[in-house]
Ligand binder design. Structure first.
Ligand code: NAD
Ligand code: LMR
Length: 328
């Protein structure tokens, strides 16, 4: 028997990530090849005509899984009945801007969209925040949608996770699918800590295979931390196809589960694991089963890593304070 359609909201759908993401969702990349979807696309009035053009293209693409499209500038209409909300809408960072520069613009957007989701989304709606500053936007959304369980609110660090996999695969000359269990700790920013201490290729530790601690503790980390800025410098636009693909990976693994023995990185509400302050949205290694994520416990954190986990937590605490100051 055919499955009931899942309603997926994409905010900022007329933007460049939106344009890459909606066809992926309609093709089954996010939820699987047998899961029908109804797309809800939200953008702001200046982008309404462009949004309508995206809707026209979705109709023209004749995706068999796509059972309906709502394209609107009305946040209530966009949020009504959605099972999944992918929050891409916001003000993107431009060349030379720090993420903090865009904080105040995004805090007010996430506050009002939180209320709309809380009132109008389907019960148990799961939320992925992509728009920067992603961790703190997700925290604002959590604070202003108190009836949505905190387990249902996450932010995207899977792009950073995938970037780390890509760097290791290139360095070792192995398929990216063979590299497992890297970790992105902390903020989706240049303080994030890409950690390979538990990563493997086959049954061998990445650290042994690479056999170059200077590279792993230096250039590898900064390359992953700075990759977003490098893409902006090269394209004069922030990453879009890789961000859309990572958003699909994030939701797919959350809903359909992570493979046995494999974890992924997700920005989730800290419960104090690994002595990360509770009350931040922080990227941890997680496994997923039955639509729930669980932080991987018991990994050894050496002194080098500890400092990096703490540094990115400090930045998130500062962002949290800055976000709250924008609210008053
Ligand atoms: P974009 O400017 O091309 O698109 C953003 C869209 O959001 C625009 O169409 C804009 O009209 C819309 N928008 C603005 N305010 C809105 C609102 N209140 N409600 C609904 N829509 C609204 O930007 P983009 O390149 O698609 O990037 C989107 C966001 O994703 C940016 O914040 C960017 O920094 C972030 N990003 C995050 C990651 C990640 O890994 N977490 C990766 C890449 C980009
Ligand atoms: C990215 O990581 O590509 C995005 O978050 C863009 C940015 O602002 O760095």
């Amino acid at each position: 028997m055919a499955k009931d359609p899942v309603r997926v909201l994409v905010t900022g759908a007329a933007g460049q990530i939106g344009y890459a993401l909606v066809p992926m969702i309609a093709r089954g990349v996010m939820l699987g090849p047998d899961q029908p979807v109804i797309l809800h696309m939200l953008d702001i009035p200046p982008a309404a005509e462009s949004l309508n053009g995206v809707k026209m293209e979705l109709v023209d693409a004749a995706f068999p899984l796509l059972k309906g499209v709502v394209a609107t500038t009305d946040v209530v209409e966009a949020c009504t009945g959605v099972n999944i909300a992918v929050m891409v809408g916001g003000f993107p960072r431009k060349e030379g801007m720090e993420r903090k520069d865009v904080m105040s613009k995004n805090v007010s957007i996430y506050k009002s969209q939180a209320s709309a989701l809380e009132k109008h989304a389907a019960a148990n709606c799961k939320v992925l925040v992509v728009a920067n500053p992603a961790n703190t936007n997700a925290l604002i959304l959590k604070e202003f949608a108190p009836s949505i369980p905190e387990k249902n609110i996450s932010c995207l660090t899977r792009l950073d996770h995938n970037r780390a996999l890509g760097q290791i695969s290139e360095r070792l000359g192995v398929q990216v699918s063979e590299v497992k269990n890297v970790i992105i700790w902390g903020n989706h920013s240049s303080t994030q800590y890409p950690d390979v201490n538990h990563a493997t290729v086959g049954d061998k530790p990445v650290r042994t295979l690479v056999a170059d601690d200077a590279w792993l503790n230096g250039e590898f980390i900064t390359t992953v931390q700075q990759r977003g800025a490098a893409i902006i410098k090269a394209r004069k636009l922030s990453s879009a196809l890789s961000a859309a693909s990572a958003a699909c990976d994030h939701i797919r693994d959350w809903f359909l589960g992570t493979p046995q023995g494999t974890w992924v990185s997700m920005g989730v509400y800290s419960d104090g694991s690994y002595n990360v302050p509770a009350g931040l949205i922080y990227s941890f290694p997680v496994t997923c089963a039955n639509g729930e994520w669980t932080i991987v416990q018991g990994l050894h954190i050496d002194e080098f890593s500890r400092k990096k986990l703490d540094l990115t937590a400090e930045e998130l605490s500062e962002e949290k304070a800055l976000a709250y100051s924008c609210l008053s």
